[in-house]
Design a protein. Structure first.
Length: 140
């Protein structure tokens, strides 16, 4: 029984791994304009990931501080403690979720940008100069 479950699990992993590999876009099939558009999109993705990460980390830290103050007030039997506890917890949770979403977006954007930049190198060979699509190539 254990062997059957292990074989099914391995078969499932192979199938899902192959499905993901075939769904990846091939940057080598794109032309220069498409690569430049994809580069802009990956730069936007990087910026979005950074913003989500830093805002989330700030909200997470502020939520922890507010929650800690609410716990201290609850120990001292302050009437305002429940609003601090709830608000701090909500801010803490929102910041955590934002950070957890922002970091992968940032990483994926950087990875795509690196792959696209590698593909764009083939359009700028050594010994050539290009401005606005008009190029000059010097050979010796």
């Amino acid at each position: 029984m254990k062997k059957l479950i292990t074989i099914c699990l391995l078969l499932f992993l192979v199938v899902t791994g192959n499905a993901q590999e075939k769904s990846k876009s091939k940057y080598s099939e794109l032309n220069q304009d498409q690569l430049n558009l994809a580069l802009k999109q990956s730069s936007k993705s990087i910026k979005t990931g950074k913003v989500l990460t830093f805002i989330g980390a700030t909200a997470f830290t502020a939520g922890v501080i507010i929650f800690a103050n609410g716990v201290e007030d609850a120990v001292n039997s302050s009437p305002d403690s429940s609003s601090k506890l709830g608000g701090g917890y909500a801010l803490f949770l929102g910041g955590f979720v934002s950070t957890v979403i922002g970091i992968p977006v940032w990483i994926v954007g950087v990875s795509k940008k690196n792959k696209i930049e590698l593909e764009l190198v083939k359009y700028n060979p050594k010994g050539s100069s290009s401005i606005n699509g008009i190029g000059l190539k010097i050979r010796f």
